[in-house]
Write a protein that binds this ligand. Structure first.
Ligand code: SF4
Ligand code: ZN
Length: 323
């Protein structure tokens, strides 16, 4: 069985350009989504889930990737699932052990990320995962999506309080792990201007809070794309949602650059049917290339120099809240 998604892309580890292998393992699927009417309004992971999958079939997916993919130059592995890595009902303890044990034995990998909803996190699980990875950095990822309670829980339906998020940060600290927080850029029902403000404020909240707990933190921004069979797709098809303009993504990076380590997720995990953020046909690919370059080097100057005919119109529409 093939994983739901995999991709090698540039990343920066502790100030040094590197590459990451991102894997989305096919699993039973997010329990929160199954029990809550599809779960988060923007997420399409359930489309890829296999409710009858076995632990062995999950491990086999990783084995196949490790056997067939050249890991030369790869220094980070993001081991994602279609839900929560730490939920025993989605990925058993035994399966987690087999997966991380394999990755722990790989040479040249400096950092490994896994992701889970807050309710499945315990210090014991984090410590055990960390132990299996040996001296590699164990980064724990959590989707906060926004620091605004209304946006996170009413619009996105995340079902996550800031209190739970901060409890997780405390556990991450106790287990000696690093923190990776996923934030969305432009969830539904907010304007382009509000989207930038929300992303910037959310990143600052994450870095401030992590610093308060003494945890090394990274923010991964995810510009929203349209997944099939989601509440967001309904809005999009009824012209009630407009994809974020890439100039807003660039503006967000410029405003957050310097506050902490950030990464821009530009992959759609094969879920969007090409309904992805763009700007205009002339500059979209250039902006995407420059954002990837930023992910690699953390050098902001090429993004500051970017320009295109479409930018003025975007700025004027954004200012007048027409987008
Ligand atoms: S975003 Fe995460 S928690 Fe929400 S439905 Fe998707 S997999 Fe589940
Ligand atoms: Zn343009």
């Amino acid at each position: 069985m093939k994983p739901a998604y995999m991709r090698i892309s540039p990343v920066n580890i502790n100030g040094k350009p590197a590459h990451r292998l991102m894997i989305v393992l096919r699993t039973r699927g997010c329990e929160y989504a199954r029990k809550n009417n599809g779960g988060c309004t923007v997420c399409g992971f359930l489309n890829h889930a296999r409710p009858d999958i076995t632990g062995q079939e999950i491990v086999d997916q990783l084995d196949t990737i490790l056997e067939t993919t050249g890991l030369n130059g790869v220094e980070e592995i993001d081991l994602l699932t279609l839900g929560s890595f730490l939920n025993d009902n989605e990925v058993s303890g035994e399966t987690r052990q087999a997966l991380l044990g394999r990755i722990g034995r790989l040479e040249g990998i400096l950092r490994v990320s896994v992701e889970s909803r807050a309710e499945y996190v315990t210090v014991e699980k984090l410590v055990e995962n960390h132990r299996l990875l040996g001296d590699k950095i164990m980064e724990f990822g959590i989707g906060l999506e926004s620091s605004d309670d209304y946006i996170r829980n009413k619009i996105i339906k995340k079902g996550l309080s800031k209190r739970s998020f901060e409890r997780v940060i405390k556990m991450v600290k106790e287990a000696g792990c690093h923190l990776l927080t996923y934030l969305l850029i432009k969830p539904p029902h907010i304007s382009e201007q509000e989207a930038v403000e929300d992303a910037v404020n959310s990143a600052k909240y994450v870095f401030d809070t992590a610093a308060r707990y003494g945890v090394t933190a990274r923010v991964a921004f995810e510009p929203v794309f349209i997944c099939e069979n989601t509440a967001l797709e309904d809005l999009f098809l009824n012209s009630k949602y407009r994809l974020v303009n890439l100039w807003s993504v660039v503006d967000t990076i410029k405003q957050v650059h310097g506050c902490g380590d950030i990464f821009l997720g530009l992959s759609d995990e094969n879920l969007s049917l090409d309904r992805m953020p763009s700007s205009c046909p002339v500059c979209s690919q250039t902006i995407i290339r420059e954002i990837e370059r930023y992910n690699h080097t953390h050098d902001i100057s090429p993004l500051e120099k970017l320009d295109c005919e479409c930018k003025k119109q975007y700025e004027s529409q954004r200012e007048r809240r027409l987008i």
